[in-house]
Design a protein around this ligand. Structure first.
Ligand code: FE2
Length: 385
């Protein structure tokens, strides 16, 4: 509920105060752009009907009034247009904030983790996920929060992982197909298809955009070794920033290069930083994959030695045992990772047994859309507009 509204800055802004003591300023142009009336925003689909050029460059607030219900009525000049806003909506969308987040910040919903997650891995039975609603919503929320979850009780059938993805989104098809087999092959097109151990990595950094989710489902795992390891890249980056801010700056301030050309007819390459920050310093993504690293050519000579030291420092943090969650997938189990955040590794495997996993990619937009639908989280929906 709004308490007061005062025009400031010659009508170019308004200062609002709520009954609970909160205050925030809003610009006239921002309010006009976000007017909820039917001529500004479609009542059918919520999409905006005007462009920024439809807003008069000299838009001003000629009059304001706090309505009896605690909302705000604004009269705009020179359009001579009156618009009503919900006081609650204005509070939720206030941007007049003092921001003190360090570079590499993440939203409050993100929970960074280390080895301690091993005793509390978010997991759900496939039957529960298929039933939808609460179990599925909790599982998707966990993936959103931790970037990692497992599922169990899946059919031990080839292609079952596609049905898991269909519960929340869409498979991202690539040159590896709609899904790919992860088992030892004679002449592998990728080192994943051998018994070699694999350093913790994110998948396919040579794609742009990178697949944002990966699913790996187990059909057989009687081999000795072949355990799965996951590491929270956001935790690793946070530790690097705290312990070695120069390394953090180098890896977030210069692009790396990644490439893959192991299959006939495929030439993939991408130029992206290992630590990707948004313009406001938010940690967006981690890319880390030694197998697909291409020559680094975008770092000035004077910084290259330090860049490599930074790369080594990040790799060393990622290797720390207190960051690793290790588990052995059993037939009917699958795990899903946020491939922009959580690295996965595999211990080497040998012996007479067999290890057969299937993997596929998907994307977070579908997951978050389904999560928002299931939880009625309108903030996510508004953000998606
Ligand atoms: Fe991988």
């Amino acid at each position: 509920m709004l308490a007061t509204a005062d025009i400031i800055e010659d009508g170019h802004a308004v200062n609002l105060a709520w009954h609970d003591g909160g205050t925030a300023r809003f610009h006239a142009v921002w309010l006009r752009d976000n007017a909820p009336d039917d001529h500004t925003r479609s009542p059918v689909n919520g999409q905006k009907l005007i462009t920024v050029l439809d807003i008069p460059a000299d838009v001003r607030i000629a009059a304001v009034r706090v309505a009896d219900a605690g909302g705000l009525t604004v009269h705009f000049a020179p359009e001579n247009k009156t618009v009503e806003y919900s006081g609650q909506w204005l509070r939720k969308n206030a941007y007049d904030l003092t921001r003190t987040d360090p570079r590499g910040w993440t939203p409050p919903a993100i929970i960074r983790w280390g080895a301690e997650l091993a005793t509390a891995i978010p997991s759900a039975p496939y039957s529960g996920l298929k039933a939808g609603d609460g179990v599925l919503a909790d599982w998707l929320a966990a993936i959103d929060r931790y970037g990692f979850a497992t599922a169990h009780g899946m059919p031990v059938e080839s292609g079952a992982l596609l049905e898991l993805v269909a519960l929340f989104g869409y498979v991202r098809e690539t040159n590896y197909g709609r899904w790919f087999e992860v088992r030892t092959e004679a002449d592998p097109v990728n080192l994943a298809y051998t018994g070699l151990g694999l350093q913790a990595h994110t998948d396919n950094p040579y794609r742009d955009p990178v697949p944002t989710l990966q699913v790996l489902a187990c059909l057989e795992n009687t081999a000795e070794g072949g355990e799965s390891v996951v590491v929270d890249g956001f935790r690793a980056v946070e530790l690097l920033r705290r312990e070695n801010s120069g390394a953090f700056d180098l890896l977030s301030g210069h692009p790396a290069r990644f490439t893959y050309a192991g299959t006939a007819g495929v030439r993939l390459s991408a130029k992206r930083p290992m630590i990707e920050l948004g313009p406001d310093g938010e940690l967006i993504a981690v890319r880390f994959n030694n197998r697909s690293a291409a020559p680094l050519v975008d770092i000035p000579y004077d910084h290259m030695a330090d860049y490599y030291a930074a790369y080594r420092a990040l790799a060393a943090v990622i290797e720390r045992p207190d960051l690793a969650v290790t588990f052995k997938l059993q037939p009917g189990q699958a795990f899903i990772v946020d491939n922009t955040r959580v690295l996965h590794a595999r211990t080497a495997y040998t012996g007479s047994g067999r290890r057969w996993l299937q993997g596929c990619y998907a994307d977070k937009d579908g997951l978050r859309s389904t999560l928002a639908r299931l939880t009625g989280d309108t903030k996510r929906m508004e953000a998606a507009e």
